[in-house]
Write a protein that binds this ligand. Structure first.
Ligand code: COA
Length: 408
């Protein structure tokens, strides 16, 4: 069955957001719904209609995302939802195909998303492009290695985040492109990041902050909530939930972590971090970093050639890659990728391929995560010329590891 798909108007927001709330088992406070609405690009929404009923929805945030060597416009896919009464009738598949065609027409080479379930998006050509560590660190065992940097010119200041918003925005803009996957936040994303009504707090208290500064200004910030609790023996047992921590340099980064780990009455710090966050090197006893690994960003190359020439490479590469892509057939076929550390070209070719792979494998490697050799070892892609996968993987790898750090 086919469901007409088209963008919604602002007046249809209640029905659109109703699908979202139903699919996600979410009961938003009216203020939260208003914030979502304010951050919705109505011309980039899509709704699948069953008569007058909206049965499935999605949207896109148009933002600039950091990629290896720079940043480019990326379609940030969001709000993917199908009404429980209409699930498993192929509505998501119809929406995804239409959305990818729209993204291509708009000239964005790359789409990215956070997945509610890791099993959903591979079939549409998205690859797992960034990993996340959900960590818990017991504060009483969080000593740093003696080699940890310290800078006596730095000071920690307790701040109310909303009152230093412009400083936070400036700092984030300075560090954004240093890690692939981070994206430029518009005012609505900042509104949501700093939102601090009781329903935003979820029992963990108000949003708190530390700024780290020297005499010339701010060099880092940390935002967090503290869930207050007292243990069975009457002693303090608070959990500090770190929301974000950004710094311009290692000493500021280390001092911010020290400030959250040393906060009185806190017995553990929990956070989502990139797999190579410097805290993984700073702790003297890394076993105290109790962590759960998970997928973070998923990336889809909407136009393989435009995407591959829009990032930098860690090593020269000159290969013919054969791409399998039945959702975006314009990508399917052979491409000669030639790149050195300064520029890249990607042209269609009839030459014999060195590597054959699904488009999702390129999406998974696009931000620099080293997944290609693992996929080869798993038998998920085919090497025709000895060493070709390693050469491609080396060229596409990047440091630091990709990580967006804020769900969109
Ligand atoms: C995820 C969701 C959008 C799927 O919508 P849908 O219209 O039922 O999906 P489709 O019918 O187009 O499914 C296409 C294929 O994906 C599979 N699939 C879809 N969602 C799946 C899921 N959550 N788990 C496993 N398989 C899933 C279907 O079985 C189908 O497989 P097939 O092609 O082999 O038959 C819907 O279940 C939903 O709204 N879930 C709750 C909200 C959510 O998690 N949204 C995603 C946000 S990132």
């Amino acid at each position: 069955m086919s469901y007409p798909i088209r963008p919604i108007s602002e007046e249809q927001w209640p029905q659109f957001s109703g699908v979202l709330a139903e699919a996600f088992n979410w009961t938003p406070h009216p203020t939260q719904s208003e914030r979502w609405k304010a951050n919705t690009e109505f011309d980039r929404t899509l709704a699948a209609f069953d008569g007058d009923l909206i049965a499935g929805v999605t949207g896109i945030h148009s933002f600039s995302m950091a990629v290896p060597g720079g940043a480019l416009p990326v379609a940030g896919v969001t709000a993917v939802s199908v009404l429980p009464s209409h699930r498993r009738r192929g509505i998501l598949s119809q929406i995804m195909r239409r959305q990818l065609a729209d993204v291509r027409e708009r000239g964005e080479a790359v789409a990215a998303l956070y997945a509610s379930e890791a099993i959903i998006y591979g079939r549409y050509g998205y690859g797992r492009a960034a990993d996340n560590l959900a960590v818990s660190i017991p504060t009483h065992r969080s000593a740093f290695t003696p080699a940890a940097p310290s800078d006596p010119s730095l000071r920690v200041r307790v701040v109310k985040p909303a009152e230093v918003r412009s400083t936070l925005e400036e700092l984030f803009a300075r560090v954004m492109t240093e890690r692939p996957g981070r994206y430029a936040r518009n005012e609505h994303f900042w509104n949501m990041s700093l939102a601090d009504e009781e329903f935003d707090q979820q029992g963990a208290g108000s949003l708190r902050g530390f700024l780290v500064e020297d005499s010339s200004g701010a060099r880092g910030y940390a935002l967090f909530r503290v869930k207050s609790a007292w243990g069975e023996n009457g002693g303090p047992d608070c959990e500090l939930q770190l929301r974000e921590l950004h710094a311009t340099d290692p000493a500021a980064h280390a001092l911010l972590w020290r400030a959250v780990l040393d906060r009185d009455l806190v017995t553990k710090v929990t956070a989502d971090i990139p797999v190579d966050d410097p805290i993984t090197q700073l702790l003297a006893d890394v076993r105290q970093l109790h962590s759960r690994w998970g997928d973070e960003l998923w990336v889809r190359l909407v136009s393989v050639d435009a995407a591959l020439v829009s990032r930098a490479y860690s090593a020269p590469v000159d290969l013919v890659i054969e791409v399998d892509d039945d959702v975006c057939p314009w990508n399917a076929g052979r491409w000669r990728l030639t790149a050195d550390t300064g520029s890249a070209s990607c042209k269609p070719t009839d030459e014999t391929p060195d590597v054959s792979l699904p488009v999702s494998a390129l999406g998974g490697a696009y931000l620099g995560a080293g997944s290609l050799t693992a996929q080869q070892a798993a038998g998920l892609l085919t090497e025709h010329s000895a060493g070709a996968v390693r050469a491609l993987a080396t060229a596409m790898s990047w440091s630091p590891a990709p990580w967006a750090g804020l769900v969109f």
